[in-house]
Ligand binder design. Structure first.
Ligand code: B12
Ligand code: SF4
Ligand code: SF4
Length: 321
């Protein structure tokens, strides 16, 4: 197993994996906190977090009955953030959306996890695995936490001491135990800092519970809501968020030093698209048919939002002009 992982380290960095860990804990350490969050209605419009899938999040066995252990990986998009900081775009989009060659991260990361799973199967012919990445009822930040990859920041992001929070979490649920050691659980390193809470334009962060009130979060409004039910107070922003929001990560000291350590991506078609005057962006999106929009943004994170959803977000900046 160790040999396989040594061989894989090089290919892991090509997969933008900056850290990974192993855990045999199948039950989230913060399931009760999640239940409290739902009881307080902080899931807002995201109903899938309160329906019958709520109980499923109590154990990985509910998602993959044979599960005995899991490998949890952090997929890095710091190079995208660095690129955006250097090439000040007129409109801001979440860095993850350009961090994987402009591709929707679900397909990009899924493919990489599948490669790792297939490689593991060569070593253990009886091994079965299931990829866990957003779509299953799994508390993924908790998986990363209980495997020792980081702590829950006050902004609710999983933060790694070495790599910050500009990373996505993807896991393999495995039907057997592997002879691997656990990392130690990371302790809290937020201390008395409140930068993320002070910077959030819509006051979406609850300081006591380290959770987000989803209905106030710009990320919900700009990515998850396709119809316009009105934006949270504080949107539109002075920094022009039109798809997702990274503000509570941008101000986090744990993301500052770690950005110095890396290079940047060279190009992003999506950033180019949004680096124009508002009028031009709106007229180009408006003249596309729905089909043309889907073709233009095919395999990117913007595809799911759709033409209507994007125009809904842009409308609030038009109203400012
Ligand atoms: C729903 C969802 C959202 C919602 C709600 C976010 C939220 N904070 O709950 C919205 C649409 C707002 C959202 C936004 C974003 N998301 Co999101 N989202 C999810 C999703 C699908 C489920 C999260 C969930 O279950 N939330 C319920 C809350 C209660 O759980 P939680 O956030 O994990 O919080 C835990 C801790 O806060 C802890 N806890 C609670 N109380 C307390 C108290 C104390 C004292 C302590 C120590 C801990 C603690 O328990 C909770 C349960 O485990 C996950 C993928 C997944 N399946 O897990 C991605 C995920 C969390 N999102 C992710 C990302 C990248 C984002 C954005 C950065 C995207 C963007 N740029 O716009 C923003 C960040 C906003 C933010 N600050 O959280 C990543 C986070 C990676 C990381 N390093 O943390 C995930 C893991 C996706 C992935 N595969 O990588 N997201
Ligand atoms: S993602 Fe933006 S709106 Fe949501 S909590 Fe963070 S700063 Fe606030
Ligand atoms: S900005 Fe400060 S309080 Fe917020 S997550 Fe980062 S270290 Fe923690």
């Amino acid at each position: 197993m160790k040999d396989l992982l040594n061989v894989s380290i090089e290919s892991m960095s090509r997969m933008q994996i900056v850290d990974w860990a192993y855990t045999e804990e199948l039950i989230p350490r913060t399931y009760q906190e999640y239940l409290t969050w739902v009881a307080n209605k902080h899931n807002g419009p995201l109903k899938y977090l309160e329906d019958e899938r709520k109980e499923k999040r109590e154990s990985l066995k509910n998602v993959f009955p044979e599960c005995e252990s899991s490998l949890v990986f952090l997929f890095d998009y710091r190079a995208a953030k660095k690129f955006q900081q250097k090439n000040n775009s007129k409109f801001n989009i979440a860095s993850y959306s350009i961090g994987f060659e402009d591709q929707d991260y679900h397909s990009w990361i899924w493919e990489k996890l599948d490669v790792i799973g297939t490689t593991l199967k060569q070593l253990y012919p009886d091994l079965e695995y299931k990829v866990s990445l957003d779509i299953h009822p799994v508390l993924e930040r908790d998986m990363a936490y209980r495997s020792g990859l980081g702590w829950f920041g006050k902004n609710s992001m999983l933060i790694s001491r070495e790599f910050g929070s500009y990373n996505l979490i993807g896991s393999l649920l495995i039907n057997r135990k592997l002879s691997l050691n656990n990392k130690e659980i990371e302790t809290d390193h937020c201390g008395t800092c409140t930068k993320c809470i002070d910077a959030c334009p819509t006051s979406a962060i609850h300081i006591d519970s380290r959770t987000i009130e989803t209905s106030k979060c710009i990320s919900t409004f700009t990515i998850e809501l396709f119809k316009d039910a009105g934006p949270p107070a504080g949107y539109p922003t002075t920094s022009n968020e039109v798809f997702g929001c990274d503000i509570c990560q941008e101000v986090c000291p744990w993301n500052h030093k770690t950005l110095n350590d890396i290079g940047e991506i060279q190009f992003s078609r999506i950033v180019d698209f949004f680096n124009r005057d508002l009028e031009l962006v709106v007229s180009e999106v408006s003249r596309m048919s729905n089909k043309e929009y889907k073709t233009y943004f095919k395999n990117t994170s913007m595809q799911r939002l759709g033409k209507k959803g994007l125009l809904k977000n842009l409308k609030y900046y038009q109203e400012l002009e």
